[in-house]
Each structure stands twice: as structure tokens, then as C-alpha cells.
Design a protein around this ligand. Structure first.
Ligand code: ASP
Length: 448
């Protein structure tokens, strides 16, 4: 049994839905279909989710929402017309949106989340109607009826463990089930969405719950590439990845698959197959616990901008037990999440995402670190890009670091930081943001 998930670009128009229908129809083991909201039809198009966010935000501010509401309905209408579905389903969607507009504005987070979730929810209803219209028995199922319970964190929900057992019951359905992605329900019956791109997470949760043999994730690329194709020309396709490798790559910028979506699949040992709706015969990328060995130590290179470093220096830091704990305690009390902590004898650097900092927060933090730790120097630097060289086989290969650093040196790129844990799944280089693209090209050429 397969769980199959389609992303927004696969569901953006009637023409795309026809491809989706063929893909589901041709394999009777594709029983659980998880869907996103309609995405972009072209580069400058708008995603329905973004329109919904805009609409809810304006509505909360009591601004005029009529034009944007009409735009959202028009997206569904154009799909329904392309598929000859009649007007009933569009009227149903329109009524639902009007109900949402009239919702309780005293709880803005839930108000917004109900709007966001409606993108996938209404799309799932439309897709079920379309499949039945084409003679394939399919039922829409609401996440509440499926028992997909999540934490009460609008916009950042997490699945509750009992959801898995509830979802197992879906195996008894004779019909193909169309399940909206991106949200679940709290125990008090409120809608709570996952983080953006979270339909991937729903797909993985359903795959775990129904104990699927494979979780197929259909998107708009033939495979996951060894480097960002917007920077490196025709990068190699990756056929096989381990969960760990995928996690490292998506952490540092690979956006094909939501990084939080790996965990539910990984926990149940369910392989994830990334495929292309526009070219379903392409093999795609398989992500699993293990993969066949290759003679490549490195499987992919990711990079991500937007990091800052806090440099802390104190003479005899190495002899001060508890120094690191105190640093982390200060970050924790300020609600700051950190990424890496490369260190020297008398210094420690904390890497964190710049978006968490403001000018005021920064000067407060510097004062706190200086006063509470008695540090000699505390400075903050911005505009750091992290380059991640990823591959589990680095463990049994010698010379990966030398090859990488040589490639960067040859291209006159200064390495500001290096980090490698003993798991040896990835190697991290901090470089200036201005050098990011050059560094990615240099590293790609060195390893591929
Ligand atoms: N529609 C949601 C978003 O745009 C979720 C998804 O497509 O996965 O974030």
C-alpha cells in the first residue's frame, strides 16, 4: 500500500490534475492521496495559501477583502471548469470561505490557521469530486474524522502520538482516500497547521499511521539534485539518499522535501520516493534508512544564507567548568536557538540564524555575555553562509576535507569556520554570503 502526496504545482490547474488522476489510477496500491492547496501555475503566479494568508490578514484588519476572496474562488473555479465538474463544488468552496470570513476574530492565530488550512481542505474536496466524476471511487476525509490530532500551536503544530493509531483505521476503507495536507486538529477541535510546506509532513504521518510500504512524494523535479540547479548547471541527480543525508541537505537549504517530514517516515522505516508529476517515468530519488554504496564519498552539497556568529573570548576559558552551559543558558533565557558552536581554547563561537536578532537584542546580548560571563571580547558578525558537504560514506573515505578546502582556496574563498561532528555525515564551512555561489560551484566541481 502506498501513500502518495502531491505538491501545489502538481495541483495548480485542471491540466495538472489530469496528470495526477492518471498517476493514481495506473497503480491500485496508491490508496491514500495527500494533497496540497493549488500552487503556482507559472513563475509569477500566486499560491492559493499565500492568497489565503493575505485574505485572513486583511480581514483581521477589517480591510476590504472582496477582490482577494474573488481571486481565490476564481482559482478553484478555473480548475473545476477545465475538468467539467459543474458549479456545485465551487459553490461549496465559496460558502466555506464566507463562513471563514465570519469566524471569531478574537483569536487571530486560529482565525488565520482556519484560512490557511482551507486551501488544502477545499482542494481535497474538489479532487475527490473529480476522481468520482472520472469513475474512480474516491472519498474526501477530514483530518478530524481521521483522528489526526496535533499540538495546539497554530502555524507550527506537531503531531500527537495517538494520531498514528487512529490513522491505522483508514486501512479499512475500500475507496481511495483524499486527505488534505498541512493541518490537523487539536484535542479541543481547533484547526492547527504545520509550518509552511507542511503537506509533506501530513503525507509522512499518514504513511506511518497506515504502515505504508512506501511514501511517494510527487513534485515538479525529476529528482533531488546534488546541488542547487539555480546555481550549478545541470547538477547530478541523486538516486538514493539515507534519511540522515536528506535531513542534513534540507536543513541547509534543499527545499524539495520538508525536513520535518522525514521523522514520521524514518520512525516507521518507510522509504520516501520523490517523483515528478510532469515526468512520472523518471526514477526519482529514494530516501531510506540504508542505500546502496557508491564510490562517491559526497552525495550532495547544500548552502544557506542568513547566519550570524557570536564570538566570545575569555582568557583561560578552557579551565572554567560550566562556561559553555552558562552561554547556552543566556541564549535559552533570551529564546534564541543556536545551530553550531565551533570552539578554540579560549574562545567559543555560536552560530545562529540572523532572523532571530534585532539591533536591540544584539546589544543586550553582548552586555549580558560580557557581564555575566566576564568575557574579554564579545562580537557579533553577520552575513555568513553555511556550506554543507554531505555524505555518509565520508566516514570510510580519507581526504574529503582536503579536497573541499583546496577547492575553496583555489577560488580565493576564505573559510571563516569549519565544523564536523564525529558522525561524519556532513562537513560544514562558514563563508561570507558574498562567496556563497562561488563556493557552491567550486565544491560541486571538486566532488562531481
Ligand atoms: N500549502 C501549504 C504551503 O504553501 C502547504 C504545502 O503546500 O505543503 O505552505
Amino acid at each position: 500500500m502506498k501513500v502518495i502526496k502531491f505538491g501545489g504545482s502538481s495541483l495548480a490547474s485542471g491540466a495538472q490534475l489530469k496528470k495526477v488522476f492518471q498517476i493514481v489510477k495506473e497503480d491500485p496500491t496508491r490508496k491514500f492521496v495527500v494533497v496540497s492547496a493549488p500552487g503556482k501555475r507559472s513563475k509569477d503566479d500566486e499560491k492559493v495559501t499565500d492568497l489565503l494568508i493575505d485574505c485572513a490578514t486583511k480581514s483581521l484588519l477589517n480591510e476590504d477583502i472582496q477582490p482577494i476572496l474573488e481571486k481565490i474562488i476564481a482559482r478553484y473555479r478555473s480548475i473545476a471548469e477545465e475538468l467539467d465538474l459543474g458549479t456545485e463544488i465551487v459553490a461549496e468552496i465559496q460558502a466555506n470561505l464566507e463562513e471563514l470570513v465570519a469566524g471569531d476574530k478574537n483569536k487571530p492565530d486560529y482565525y488565520l490557521d482556519a484560512f490557511k488550512a482551507s486551501g488544502e481542505n477545499n482542494n481535497a474536496k474538489l479532487i475527490a469530486a473529480y476522481f468520482n466524476h472520472e469513475g474512480l471511487k474516491a472519498s474526501y476525509i477530514n483530518p478530524l474524522d481521521a483522528g489526526l490530532y496535533v499540538t495546539d500551536e497554530p502555524g507550527n503544530a506537531q503531531v500527537l502520538p495517538e494520531a498514528y493509531d487512529n490513522l491505522y483505521e483508514l486501512r479499512n476503507s475500500a475507496d481511495i482516500l483524499i486527505i488534505p495536507g498541512f493541518f490537523g486538529y487539536t484535542k479541543t477541535g481547533k484547526i492547527s497547521t504545520f509550518s509552511r510546506g507542511g503537506s509533506d509532513i501530513t503525507g509522512a504521518i499518514v504513511a506511518n499511521g497506515v504502515k505504508a510500504d512506501v511514501y511517494e512524494n510527487f513534485t515538479d523535479v525529476d529528482a533531488i539534485y546534488a546541488a542547487n540547479p539555480n546555481v550549478v548547471q545541470n547538477p547530478a541527480e541523486i538516486l538514493n539518499l539515507t534519511y540522515k543525508e536528506m535531513r542534513e541537505l534540507s536543513y541547509a537549504g534543499f527545499s524539495v522535501f520538508h525536513d520535518e517530514a522525514l521523522f514520521p517516515a524514518f520512525k516507521a522505516g518507510i522509504p520516501v520516493q520523490i517523483k515528478n508529476t510532469n515526468n512520472p517515468s523518471a526514477e526519482g530519488t529514494r530516501i531510506a534508512r540504508e542505500r546502496p554504496k557508491t564510490n562517491q564519498a559526497v552525495v550532495g552539497i547544500a548552502s544557506s544564507k542568513g547566519f550570524s556568529s557570536i564570538y566570545i573570548e575569555k582568557y583561560l576559558m578552557n579551565r572554567e567548568i560550566g562556561f559553555g552551559r552558562k552561554v547556552m543558558g543566556i541564549l535559552e533565557s533570551d529564546g534564541l536557538s543556536y545551530e553550531h558552536t565551533p570552539s578554540g581554547i579560549d574562545d567559543l563561537t555560536v552560530i545562529l540564524r540572523s532572523a532571530q536578532l534585532t539591533k536591540e537584542k544584539e546589544s543586550e546580548l553582548i552586555n549580558q555575555l560580557k557581564n555575566e560571563l566576564g568575557a574579554d571580547i564579545v562580537t557579533i558578525h553577520h552575513h555568513i553562509a553555511l556550506m554543507m558537504v554531505v555524505g555518509e560514506d565520508m566516514r570510510c573515505n580519507i581526504g574529503t576535507m582536503s579536497k573541499a578546502s583546496e577547492a575553496l582556496a583555489k577560488n580565493n574563498i576564505n573559510i571563516e569556520m569549519i565544523n564536523q561532528g564525529s558522525s561524519e555525515v556532513s562537513m560544514m564551512f562558514g563563508v561570507s554570503e558574498a562567496d556563497e555561489e562561488k563556493a557552491l560551484k567550486a565544491l560541486y566541481e571538486a566532488f562531481f
